[in-house]
Design a binder for this molecule. Sequence first.
Ligand code: AP5
Length: 208
Amino acid sequence: MNLIFLGPPGVGKGTIAKYIVKEKGIPQISTGDLLRAAVKEGSELGKKARGYMGSGGLVPDNLVIGLLKDRITKDDSQNGFILDGFPRTIPQAKALEESNVQIDKVLNFKASDELVIDRISGRRTCKKCNAIYHIRNIPPKVEDVCDKCGGELFQRGDDKQEKVKKRLEVYREQTAPLIDYYKEKGILADIETEQPIPGIVVDVMEEI
Ligand code: AP5
C-alpha cells in the first residue's frame, strides 16, 4: 500500500506516520528527514539544500525528486510506503506518476494555523533517533532527553517563529494545490487532527 501524508508543517504527519508504520509494516519516507541527513553529512545535495531549508522555502524539485526516487527503490519499500512531506508541488506529484508509482490514498491532515504554530514552536526532536516530542502535549519523561534512546532533544532551526510563518505561506502557495489535484483523482481523504493522537490513528486506519 502506497500512501501520501499531506498537510501543513507541524500538523502531525511525522508523529502519526510512526504509528501507521507499526500497524502496516511499511516504512515512513520523510523527504525532510532525508534532506536533514544530507545536510548533516555535508554531501553535495546537502550543501545545495541547506540554504533553502534554513529560509523556510522548498528545495528545488529536481533535487528532491532524485532523492525520493532513489529511496523508493530500496528493498524495504517494495511492499509499500508512507510518503511524509512528498510531493510538495504539482511537478513532484507528476514525477511520481511518470515513474509509474501508484498511490492508493492521500491523507490530508488538517488543523488551524494557530494550532500548527503551537505544535511547531513546542516541538523537540531527538538528535540520535529522530523521535518527536512536544514540550507540553507529548513531553519526554526527563526534560530534553529522549525516552527511547537517551539522545539529546533539540529545536529544529526552521521551527523558530519567523521561519514558521514563511513555511506556512510556502505551504499555501505551492503545496495546498495538491489537495484539489488528488481530490479530482478520487483518492484524497481529510483527517481532522484537532484531537488526541489515538483518535487520529483510528481515523487514518479507517481510510486505508
Ligand atoms: P519537513 O521535515 O517535511 O517539515 P514539514 O512538512 O514542515 O513538517 P514537519 O516535520 O514540520 O511537521 P509534521 O507534520 O511532521 O509534524 P510533527 O509530527 O513533527 O520539511 C522540512 C524542510 O525540508 C522544508 O521546509 C523544505 O525546505 C524541505 N523539504 C522537505 N520535503 C520537501 C519536498 N518534498 N520538496 C521540497 N522541499 C522539501 O508534529 C509537530 C508537533 O506537534 C510535535 O511536537 C508533535 O509532538 C506535536 N503533535 C503532533 N500531533 C499532535 C496531536 N494530535 N496533539 C498534540 N500534539 C501533537
